[in-house]
Design a protein around this ligand. Structure first.
Ligand SMILES: [Zn+2]
Length: 138
């Protein structure tokens, strides 16, 4: 687990309070274990929100991706429309996913994650699927 902290500057009046004190404007750092390795370095920001985002990105690593729940739902619905599913099907998915977004909001769940997977992979998988169907039809 990674934690951000403020690395107090020599002239910070809160320096003696230690890294748990975060209400000053000192540089933000990250510290913790990630995949069995110790991580401790500057996050190159004084902004708490930017630091939190950077920590999430570090935790996500190269092999996984984190996406806002609302963004994932929006992209999925756009995908359904691009596949020209029927209005009835799209409305059904929309109702279920609206409930999911509300469920996540009520539990302060903002991010979902999973293996990173590129548009190229998506396209090649689609082609394979289409190829399989074509083989099946002939
Ligand atoms: Zn400070």
């Amino acid at each position: 687990m990674l934690k951000k902290f403020r690395r107090h500057l020599k002239n910070c009046p809160h320096r003696r309070k230690g890294r748990k004190y975060t209400k000053c404007g000192c540089p933000l750092w990250v510290d913790g274990m990630q995949d069995g390795k110790r991580i401790r370095h500057s996050l190159d920001t004084f902004n708490d929100e930017q630091a939190a985002t950077k920590v999430l990105e570090i935790e996500a690593g190269d092999s996984t991706v984190k996406v806002l729940v609302s963004k994932a739902v929006q992209e999925y619905m756009e995908d359904c429309e691009s596949r020209e599913l029927s209005d009835r099907t799209i409305d059904g998915y929309g109702r279920v996913l609206d409930s999911l977004v509300l469920f996540c909001k009520a539990r302060a769940i903002s991010w979902i994650g999973g293996p990173r997977y590129s548009r190229d992979q998506e396209v090649s998988q689609g082609k394979r699927r289409i190829g399989f169907l074509e083989e099946d039809l002939h």
